[in-house]
Design a protein around this ligand. Structure first.
Ligand code: ZN
Ligand code: ZN
Length: 356
């Protein structure tokens, strides 16, 4: 009897562990109140949550710290409010942290990530916690049940794959296009895999880490270029009849990558800007060259409820082999180590934080 009441107490405990980010090298696992849910919300026990490249950008997070990061979560519903429909306790779910309103000027034009509600909606406190609360809009618009054939870890790839699919829906790939991808981190590799499933004729990937280039080769790159010891532009022009790439995707978050991307793009081609730089960083773009070269620049920020559903389909069908991207796993209690690995390891792609 005593034993049973102890178990009950444990199940209903009101504190939980969450990882509070102060700085990249200062992330502390702390006790905090377990979130309380409203009648139209759910509480999810986090099972796995990916570390995103943007979680490693100090300039991006500095003004908001301290905060609990984690926007690539998957878990299991442990509480559901009285009026919640379509979901129940025990369901395995992926939850998108941002959702659009669907009715504003931006939304009705399909620019969901520009919606004013988009950046204001959040799961609380974040994915790097034992439990997180899913507000009603996130639940209604972008909470997806994870099919039985996918693990929680694989489901953490839904958001990053969806970001790449969003970019893909913005640029137009034509049969036989040559594509150059600058940066072979998780985003570069996911773009490679998606383009391998497209009509592109050549996929050329550049990076400074050999390990990542090897993975790119294994998962679809036709040619890889290590920027440390090869001339990227020269080699790229050599395989594109001196034109340059029809489509360039810049996934490395620095201005050098952007400038190199502009040089790598053929006349009339498209450059997809897939990663931000700090706000004060400026690139020199000549309107003269932009005009006469007719290069189209397409930035792609984040993703929406449209692409998360497509990403789930691509992962569960096996077209995107999510498992191949996950190189490291750490329990929530070792999150500092997880971040350190994501920043420093040369043999690393996606790092996933888990919670048993
Ligand atoms: Zn992300
Ligand atoms: Zn809107």
């Amino acid at each position: 009897m005593q034993h049973k009441s102890f178990r009950l107490l444990n199940a209903h405990r009101i504190v939980m562990k969450a990882a509070v980010y102060y700085r990249l090298d200062n992330i502390k696992v702390k006790d905090m109140p377990k979130p309380k849910i409203g009648q139209d919300e759910i509480l999810v026990k986090m099972k796995a949550c990916g570390i995103c490249g943007s979680d490693l950008m100090e300039w991006y997070l500095k003004s908001r710290a301290p905060l609990v990061l984690g926007h690539e979560p998957a878990g299991i519903i442990v509480e559901a409010g009285d009026t919640v429909e379509h979901f129940k306790v025990g369901d395995r779910v992926f939850v998108h942290h941002h959702v659009a309103c669907l009715t504003c000027h931006y939304c009705i034009r399909g620019d969901y990530t520009m919606c004013e509600q988009f950046g204001k909606t959040h799961i609380t406190p974040g994915g790097f916690a034992e439990y997180f609360r899913v507000p009603a809009p996130n639940l209604q618009i972008d909470t997806l049940k994870i099919p039985d054939n996918l693990s929680f870890e694989e489901a953490t790839l839904i958001e990053p794959v969806a970001c790449c699919i969003r970019a893909m829906r913005k640029y137009h790939i034509q049969p036989s296009d040559a594509v150059a991808i600058i940066g072979a981190g998780p985003s570069g590799i996911i773009n490679t895999i998606l383009l391998k499933n497209s009509a592109a004729s050549k996929i050329i990937v550049s990076d400074i880490v050999d390990y990542r280039l090897k993975v790119a080769e294994r998962l679809g790159a036709d040619l890889t270029i290590n920027l440390r010891n090869e001339n990227f532009i020269k080699k790229l022009k050599g395989v594109t009849d001196r034109r340059g790439a029809d489509l360039v995707i810049v996934t490395a978050p620095n201005v050098e990558a952007f400038s190199e991307g502009m040089q790598a793009c053929r006349r009339g081609g498209t450059l997809c800007l897939f990663a931000p730089t700090p706000p004060e960083v400026k690139a020199h773009v000549s309107p003269h060259r932009l005009f006469f070269s007719e290069i189209t620049v397409i930035p792609s920020y984040s993703t929406s409820h449209v692409e998360t559903r497509m990403a789930l389909e691509m992962i569960s069908s096996g077209r995107v082999k999510a498992k191949e991207l996950i190189t490291h796993r750490f329990p929530l209690t070792q999150i500092q180590e997880a971040f350190k690995t994501a920043v420093e390891s040369k043999e690393c792609l996606k790092v996933v934080v888990t919670n048993e």
